[in-house]
Design a protein around this ligand. Structure first.
Ligand SMILES: NC(=O)C1=CN([C@@H]2O[C@H](COP(=O)(O)OP(=O)(O)OC[C@H]3O[C@@H](n4cnc5c(N)ncnc54)[C@H](OP(=O)(O)O)[C@@H]3O)[C@@H](O)[C@H]2O)C=CC1
Ligand SMILES: CC(C)(CO)C(=O)C(=O)O
Length: 311
C-alpha cells in the first residue's frame, strides 16, 4: 500500500515514522524547511515505548507531487487544512482513501467538499507528542492509539487493507465500526481538556486542586456533552464517566496539545476545536457559558498574538 503522510510534525512524524519503521511504503508530504531538516538529520522519534531513527525518510514537496497514493493520511493543524487540501490534491486518485487524524470534526466537511464523501474515512489518534527545536518527535506519554474506519461503519476491503498495513507498526491501531461516534467521544473530552487547561494555564492536577477548579472543569465537560447530545452524538455513560475521572484526577500532569501550543506562543485550533462545537450547540438553542468563555479566551489570545506579530 502506497501511503502519503501529509505533514511530518508531532502526529505525522510519529505515526508515519512508525509505519516506515515497520516496512511500509510511506512518503511524507512536507514543506521545504521540514524537507531539508529530514534530509539532514533523518526522522528521529524519542519515545518511552521505544526510540526510532530513520535516516533519509522519503519526502515530497507539493510542486513535485504527481501521482496518486492508495492512502493519504492527513496530520496537519486545522488552520493549515485549506492549503493542505490544494497541495495534496495530485495525490488523490479514483481509488485513494483519505484518513484525517486532526482533532475536531469540521475537517471532514472540508475534505468531503473537495474530494467527495466516498474517499474520506474517519480517524483519530490518542497520543501526547510534540516536535522539539531539533525537529525530533518527542512522545510524551505511553499512549499511541490510532483508530480509523468507514464513516458508515462498514468493514470495506480498503479499511481491512489499512488495518493489515498498520498491524505490524509500533502503535495501537484499531479498525472501528463506529468511527464517527468515536470522534465525537474524543471531541467532547478534548474540547473540555483543551478549553480548561488553556483557560487555567495549568495541567489537570493543578486545576482540580484549586477552589472552584473541579466545578469549572465539570461545567465545561457538561457543556460539551450537551452539544453532543443535541446533535445526536451523545457519548455512552462509560465514556463520560472516564472523561470525568481523567479530567478531575488529583495530581494529574495531563494537559492538551493546545495548551502546549499556547504556552509556546503558537497558533491554536480555537475555531476548529472549540468554536465549531460552540456554534453547533448554539444553533440547537443551547446556552453554553463555559464553552463560550473558553472560546472567548482563545480568541482574545489569538488577537493579542496577531497584534504582537504585526508590531
Ligand atoms: N500533538 C499531539 O499530542 C496531538 C495532536 N492532535 C491533533 O493532530 C493534528 C496535528 O497536530 P500536530 O502533529 O501536533 O501538529 P504539528 O504542528 O506538530 O504538525 C503539523 C505539521 O503539518 C505540517 N504542514 C502544514 N501545512 C502543510 C503543507 N501545506 N504541506 C505539508 N505539511 C504541512 C507542518 O509543517 P511545517 O513544519 O512546514 O509547518 C507541521 O509539521 C491537530 O489537529 C492536533 O489537534 C491529536 C492528538 C494529539
Ligand atoms: C486527547 C489528547 C490529549 C490525546 O490524544 C489530545 O488529542 C491532544 O492533546 O490534542
Amino acid at each position: 500500500m502506497k501511503i502519503l503522510m501529509v505533514g511530518a510534525g508531532a502526529i505525522g512524524g510519529y505515526f508515519g515514522g512508525r509505519l516506515l519503521e515497520s516496512g511500509q511504503h510511506v512518503t511524507f508530504l512536507v514543506r521545504k524547511r521540514r524537507a531539508d531538516r529530514l534530509a539532514r538529520s533523518g526522522l528521529v522519534i524519542r519515545s518511552p515505548l521505544g526510540d526510532a531513527s530513520l535516516p533519509s525518510p522519503p519526502t515530497v514537496q507539493a510542486h513535485a507531487l504527481d501521482q496518486p497514493f492508495d492512502l493519504v493520511i492527513v496530520s496537519c493543524k486545522a488552520y493549515h487544512l485549506p492549503q493542505v487540501i490544494d497541495d495534496m490534491a495530485p495525490a488523490v486518485g479514483a481509488d485513494t482513501a483519505i484518513l484525517p487524524l486532526l482533532n475536531g470534526m469540521r475537517h471532514l466537511d472540508l475534505l468531503e467538499a473537495r474530494f467527495g464523501a466516498a474517499r474520506v474515512l474517519g480517524g483519530q489518534c490518542v497520543i501526547a507528542a510534540t516536535l522539539d527545536d531539533e525537529g525530533t518527535v518527542r512522545h510524551l506519554n505511553r499512549s499511541h492509539g490510532l483508530t480509523f474506519g468507514e464513516r458508515d461503519g462498514s468493514r470495506s476491503t480498503r479499511v481491512q487493507g489499512i488495518a493489515q498495513a498498520m498491524s505490524k507498526a509500533q502503535f495501537e491501531s484499531r479498525l472501528s465500526g463506529a468511527i464517527v461516534q468515536d470522534m465525537w467521544d474524543k471531541w467532547v473530552f478534548l474540547a473540555s481538556l483543551a478549553g480548561i487547561t488553556c483557560l487555567m494555564r495549568a495541567p489537570v492536577g493543578d486545576i482540580v486542586a484549586t477552589p472552584g477548579g473541579m466545578q469549572a472543569t465539570l461545567g465545561l465537560l457538561d457543556d460539551c456533552r450537551r452539544v453532543a447530545e443535541a446533535t445526536g452524538h451523545l457519548p455512552g455513560e462509560a465514556v463520560l464517566q472516564r472523561a470525568r475521572s481523567v479530567l478531575t484526577e488529583q495530581a494529574s500532569t495531563l494537559s492538551a496539545s493546545m495548551m502546549r501550543d499556547l504556552e509556546q506562543g503558537g497558533a491554536v485550533e480555537a475555531d476548529h476545536v472549540i468554536g465549531d462545537l460552540l456554534a453547533r450547540g448554539e444553533s440547537c438553542g443551547l446556552d453554553l457559558p463555559m464553552l463560550r468563555l473558553a472560546y472567548a479566551h482563545l480568541k482574545a489570545y489569538e488577537s493579542r498574538r496577531s497584534r504582537s506579530a504585526a508590531s
